[in-house]
Design a protein around this ligand. Structure first.
Ligand code: AMP
Ligand code: MG
Length: 472
């Protein structure tokens, strides 16, 4: 049996310079190191690994029906507009409509140079490939919209970064790879016709009920307003919320220097390149609004009546902070076991978070252990927790089943940064056991899994990973 993929490539059918046709550049000695049977099933692909997978997911063999291409986009990086980015190390093989009726992109990342590579080598090393694999699949299991990982291949080649490192290719699956930056590039160039075509394409593909560019803006706002509070509720820090990394479909995309917080602090930053803390944990909602404003600015360029469009877009963007605040409150109230949310619950949540920040409480373990004796042990001064806890318990009196709600809202397992780093170190030495173990445990993050309680442990001082680095 050989692999058949039923590609149906709607993006490749767009005409007008949205992409550059580009085959992946073959690698020397491809070796399949991970394959996601669960996702394969959704896509209608074989669940069992086939001998040709290494060649296919390395880009050495282009499957029938694929129309490989690199997408054009631009974007604001750390607030500065970069007029041309685009897929510099990624290639869209094509699209597949899954068994659930959802159309998805299948993309190779690390598959060689393209027309948009600029100074880059078009490659990725094993570390970021496995980080994205584990973290994106963990996000999926946590119930958070995200791109997913279908396969990882070692290339048998080395890439030059801070030394010679093993090369790898990730196969990424996404509802689409349209970003805010995909629209910015045509707006900035004054290519109004392309802007219109892409707007209609995005509406048809993601939000068929949306009317016109402002309808699309509203739909993206709503999707992003659900996404960012979901990150906040699990202590996730994306790390590079540039407009080229903001998905139109509302998925978490481009896992670079991302990480989950251990000890709670709102100013936490991991990314080594985020010197100013622009993308710190607590800044993420503000940045999402800023990014939506950039999408608004781009979409407006195609409107006949600019003045009316500016007014409508302003109203749409200005409503976003309150939408996110409500979703944030709903999620954090649920973490406390509260389903019938009241406005004053915001103060209860904020009070706990402030105490956690002062008392260096672990974000995940504190929430997961609420209602048990272990919660107060997370605080350097347990009395600080007790003071808060009395008011919380009183608040729960009229809740039907706070324990069940809290358990379903507070994961036991997150991909802790030191475990991700240890997993990468082992894989570089050829030991994939930690990778498989992490994937397996993180696929059920709300189950206690007592045999794996070491993965819930906070890092020792020696294990703490102070900074993470970009996927480049
Ligand atoms: P990212 O930081 O992953 O969002 O990437 C930002 C831009 O840099 C995108 O246009 C990427 O395609 C490009 N890029 C990142 N790494 C490489 C690389 N190794 N080779 C070529 N282009 C790259
Ligand atoms: Mg990117």
């Amino acid at each position: 049996m050989s692999m058949q993929i039923s590609f149906d490539n709607s993006f490749a059918r767009l005409t007008g310079g949205f992409y550059a046709r580009q085959d992946p550049v073959p690698v020397r000695e491809p070796k399949l190191v991970a394959y996601n049977s669960d996702l394969a099933r959704v896509l209608g692909l074989p669940e069992k690994e086939l001998p040709e997978f290494a060649e296919i997911f390395a880009g050495n063999r282009v499957p029938d029906g694929a129309e490989p291409l690199a997408q054009l986009y631009s974007g604001h990086q750390f607030g500065q507009y970069n007029p041309q980015l685009g897929d510099g190390r990624a290639i869209l093989l094509g699209e597949v409509v899954g068994e659930d009726g959802i159309r998805r992109d299948i993309q190779l990342k690390g598959s060689g140079r393209t027309a948009f590579s600029r100074m880059g080598d078009g490659r990725a090393w094993l570390g970021p490939v496995l980080r994205e694999y584990v973290v994106s699949e963990a996000m999926h299991a946590l119930g958070i919209p995200t791109t997913r990982a279908l396969a990882a291949v070692e290339t048998g080649e080395v890439v030059l970064r801070d030394g010679m490192l093993p090369g790898a290719v990730l196969t990424r699956v996404a509802k689409s790879h349209l970003r805010v930056g995909s629209f910015q590039v045509y707006a900035a160039r004054g290519e109004t016709e392309n802007l219109k075509i892409l707007t209609q394409y995005a509406i048809d593909r993601h939000y068929p009920e949306a009317e016109g560019p402002m309808g699309l803006l509203r739909a993206v706002r709503d999707a992003q307003s659900r996404l960012i509070p979901a990150w906040m509720a699990v202590g996730f820090i994306h790390g590079v919320m540039n407009t080229d990394n903001a998905s139109i479909a509302g998925e978490t995309i481009d896992y670079g220097p991302c990480a989950f917080m251990d000890v709670y602090h709102p100013n936490t930053v991991f990314s080594s390149i985020d010197q100013m803390g622009r993308y710190a944990y607590a800044n993420q909602p503000d940045i999402a609004v800023w990014n939506l404003a950039q999408l608004a600015t781009a979409l407006i360029q195609q409107m006949e009546d600019r003045e009316a469009a500016v007014e409508e877009a302003t109203e749409i963007v200005h409503a976003m902070p309150e939408l996110m605040r409500q979703e944030w409150l709903r999620r954090f109230a649920a973490k406390l076991g509260i389903s019938d949310v009241r406005e004053e619950d915001a103060a209860l949540v904020a009070d706990l978070l402030t105490r956690m920040a002062h008392q260096q409480a672990d974000f995940t373990n504190t929430f997961r252990s609420l209602g048990t004796d272990k919660a107060r042990d997370q605080f350097t001064d347990p009395g600080a927790f007790d003071q808060w806890s009395d008011g919380w318990k009183a608040r729960l009196e009229c809740e039907p089943d706070p324990e069940a709600l809290a358990r379903a809202s507070n994961p036991a397992f997150i991909p802790r940064n030191h475990r991700v780093e240890q997993m990468i170190e082992a894989a570089v030495k050829g030991d994939y056991a930690p990778f498989h173990r992490l994937n397996s445990v993180l696929s059920n993050p709300y189950d206690d899994q007592p045999d794996h309680s070491d993965l819930r442990r906070v890092p020792t001082p020696e294990e703490v990973v102070p900074a993470t680095f970009c996927g480049t």
